[in-house]
Design a protein around this ligand. Structure first.
Ligand code: SF4
Length: 214
């Protein structure tokens, strides 16, 4: 949520294994601490300032903890944004009435060690999109790209998305960090133009890294 202040609630553990993961500690799980709903609310309240826009529910993969999230937000109905890899559509479905906005990933084959691994992830992402379209929930799609990301794979994905994603949904192209890896930015412009044919598109790097905010 660019430019908006948020309170982050980071859950531990992830169900997939992206090569570019920048939250390795959270991905592996087994770290952090369990908080009761009341304890978590006390922490949120202690961090609350007048400019806070929403809670950001992130991970790891927060949908592994969907029952906890559902219970917490049912008891304390904050404005909440879920950041998810969108590979657990049933868990997502159980949260559509307590979450206000979803930032979901579409992963690419280059993010995994095998095509089969990616295929499973991608099928579930498409299912999650159907869940959100049916629930009429606000969401946007993020795709992490590199300077060698294949144009063809992006075109194939867009063809799939065109059938199920509302044209009002924004697609965010996120260049993989750090930007020093990018000798040429040409691919970003090409990818932006391709996505822009069908959807609203933004190219947005990881802003917190630029601002040096942990
Ligand atoms: S989905 Fe997120 S937390 Fe999980 S491996 Fe990928 S980048 Fe890391």
């Amino acid at each position: 949520m660019i430019g908006k202040r948020q309170i982050f609630i980071r859950f531990s553990g992830c169900n997939i294994d992206c090569k570019y993961c920048d939250t390795e500690d959270s991905k592996l799980g087994g770290i952090g601490k369990y908080y009761s709903y009341g304890e978590l609310n006390d922490i949120v309240q202690s961090l609350m300032t007048p400019d806070v826009h929403s809670l950001e529910i992130t991970g790891g993969e927060p949908l592994l903890h969907s029952e906890y999230i559902r219970e917490f937000l049912s008891t304390y109905p904050y404005t909440a944004m879920l950041e998810t890899n969108a590979t657990l559509p049933d868990n997502l479905s159980s949260l559509t009435d307590v979450i206000d906005i979803v930032s979901m990933d579409i992963k690419l084959p280059e993010h995994f060690n095998s095509e089969d691994e990616w295929n499973d992830v991608y099928k579930n992402e498409l299912k999650s999109i159907r869940v959100m379209e049916e629930a009429n929930i606000k969401y946007y799609i993020k795709i992490v790209v590199s300077q060698t990301t294949s144009i063809k794979i992006i075109e194939d994905i867009l063809n799939d998305l065109r059938g199920i994603v509302s044209s009002s949904v924004e697609v965010v192209i996120q260049p993989v960090s750090p930007m020093s890896l990018w000798q040429s930015k040409e691919n970003l412009f090409v990818l932006s133009e391709i996505v822009g044919k069908y959807f609203k598109v933004s190219v947005i790097p990881q802003i917190h890294k630029y601002m040096e905010i942990e």
